[in-house]
Design a protein around this ligand. Structure first.
Ligand code: ZN
Length: 240
């Protein structure tokens, strides 16, 4: 089984299309939330994900977009973009977002946006946080997003090791446990502005991180037209 794992698409349809084209033939597309927010095309992203039968979980931006109080925790730029997203969201997209669960298990893999203990909000950025969440796994592999940085947190001899994952990096679990982040499709923050995603074979517990370039300028133009905050427009080009 070949699965494309996407996270944090953030209303960036051009990046999503580039990833789907580059991933090629897959048996399933899984997403790890934050499908909307920040970017200029929330309805386009939701419709495309629905069209291809993508399954996934709810992120903090998805929750805020359908009226959740999560918006109270956003910084001013994120909040402005979220208010725009709420206005822009079509009823069918809203309905799809409302149905996203916080956590799900697919083919023996756990899917969450933030972490297992706090699916919506927790950022897994330290080995102690990763270890606590690996301890909550009911399977070998957990997939999470939220930080927009492609990494693996791998359990080795009762310790957790952080593996930074550049393009073409791979990992086979061989029965070990791990939390794995595919990076962000629509707003990478690891210094590389290209869209990040993961190709996964759940049965073999094998995965590979991939990057693909997309037309960042076209997305920035659409964001300017929508009068989205310039900080959010500019960060797409630097990937930070
Ligand atoms: Zn996000």
């Amino acid at each position: 089984m070949r699965v494309a794992v996407l996270s944090d698409v953030h209303g960036n349809l051009i990046a999503l299309e580039a990833v789907l084209a580059a991933a090629g033939q897959v048996d399933a597309v899984w997403h790890l939330g934050d499908t909307v927010g920040y970017g200029p095309d929330p309805n386009g992203v939701v419709r495309r994900l629905r069209e291809i039968g993508a399954i996934g979980v709810r992120g903090n931006h998805d929750a805020a977009a359908v009226g959740g109080s999560e918006i109270e925790w956003f910084n001013p730029d994120a909040r402005r973009a979220m208010e725009w997203t709420r206005e822009a969201l079509a009823p069918d997209a809203r309905e799809w977002l409302e149905r996203l669960p916080e956590r799900r298990i697919e083919a023996g893999v756990e899917l969450v946006h933030g972490s297992l203990r706090q699916p919506i909000w927790e950022y897994v950025t330290t080995t102690s946080t990763a270890a606590a969440n690996i301890g909550l796994l009911t399977t070998h592999l957990g997939l999470h997003g939220h930080t927009h940085v492609p990494v693996a947190w791998l359990e080795l001899d009762d310790q957790v090791q952080l593996l930074r994952r550049g393009p073409g990096s791979d990992l086979t679990l061989d029965g070990r446990r791990a939390l794995v982040n595919p990076g962000s499709v629509g707003q990478p923050r690891d210094g590389d502005p290209t869209a990040s995603y993961l190709l996964l074979d759940p049965e073999a517990e094998r995965m590979e991180w991939r990057r693909v370039a997309y037309d960042i300028g076209a997305v920035q133009e659409a964001m300017r037209t929508a009068k989205l905050p310039s900080f959010l427009v500019n960060r797409l080009a630097s990937g930070t």
